[in-house]
Design a protein around this ligand. Structure first.
Ligand code: HEC
Ligand code: HEC
Length: 231
């Protein structure tokens, strides 16, 4: 082996390093710009959320009104999912007298800002009714294992580990208010919600009876909204 073949190509190497450094700086800069833009959107969303607080509360926790409506927790839900649902109310694939008027006031940018704001808030606990251990056990079974005899797939097979949600399309349902969860399942059964294009949820909901709905909603509401792996 001659010395020559082992010579380091200093000039080319330097050029490469410079180009790489420039590239990295540009990437870091645009990342900072993106973070700034996101933060500005969150701030705008926070200001706009004054409209929503009366129901969804200042911390985004929502509230279950006994013998009344259940206002869902928005805090910590995926922003693309939240935005899609606001558009669904606007377009009429979801219908709720409390929500309809409010979403009509929002343009696309405000919807995006509000969605980013609510996603940025820490998730709060769900409100669950007092039910027996047997009811909770049925709920846990449906949510985590399903019921193959009745062709019911477990909720977590779509809603992810701990039913805490996967990406933009499968929302977290653990730690959501039981009253809201059961209302949605009944909306699907009655064809009153058609916001999911593949009708994935409608076909799940149609296989559930009233007992199942009570049980799975109650159990899910007692569960943490964020996933931590168990040993
Ligand atoms: C008067 C009460 C009320 C106000 C004010 C209100 N909402 Fe709602 N919101 C509801 C109810 C009730 C539901 C559940 C509707 C249903 O059962 O389909 C809901 C559902 C939602 C959902 C769907 C959540 C999910 O998990 O799918 C989003 C997103 C939402 N609201 C955002 C907002 C925003 C943003 C504002 C303010 C601009 C707002 N809401 C103002 C009562 C309200
Ligand atoms: C085959 C996949 C799949 C399975 C299994 C499934 N879901 Fe869903 N679920 C979805 C999708 C997709 C959505 C979002 C619908 C939309 O975009 O409006 C959803 C949404 C929901 C919502 C609305 C949440 C909100 O914030 O508005 C509830 C409640 C729900 N599912 C409950 C359940 C329960 C309870 C089970 C188990 C018994 C279950 N799901 C099983 C796919 C599934």
């Amino acid at each position: 082996m001659t010395k020559n073949t082992r010579k380091v190509p200093t000039k080319g190497g330097l050029k490469f390093t410079t180009a790489f450094a420039v590239l990295m700086t540009t990437a870091t800069l645009s990342q900072t710009a993106l973070a700034d833009e996101q933060q500005a959107a969150i701030e705008r969303g926070k200001a706009a959320s004054a409209l929503c607080m009366v129901c969804h509360q200042a911390d985004g926790s929502g509230k279950h009104v006994t013998d009344g409506e259940s206002w869902p927790r928005l805090a910590g839900l995926n922003h693309e999912y939240l935005a899609a649902q606001m558009h669904a109310f606007k377009e009429g694939t979801r219908d709720n007298p409390s929500m309809n008027g409010f979403v009509q006031m929002l343009n696309d940018e405000q919807i995006q800002d509000l969605a980013l704001y609510y996603e940025s808030l820490p998730a709060t606990a769900g409100e669950a009714p007092e039910v027996s251990e047997e009811v909770l056990a049925l709920g846990e079974k449906l949510a985590t294992r399903g019921d193959w005899d009745r062709y019911i797939v477990s909720c977590q097979s779509c809603h992810g580990p701990g039913n805490t949600g996967v990406g933009a399309h499968f929302p977290g349902i653990a730690g959501q208010h039981a009253g809201y969860l059961s209302a949605q399942l009944k909306h699907w059964q009655a064809n009153e919600r058609s916001s999911d294009p593949q009708e994935l949820m409608a076909s799940v909901a149609r296989r559930l009876n009233d007992e199942d709905i009570e049980a799975v909603s109650a159990w899910l509401a007692t569960q943490p909204a964020t996933y931590t792996a168990k040993e």
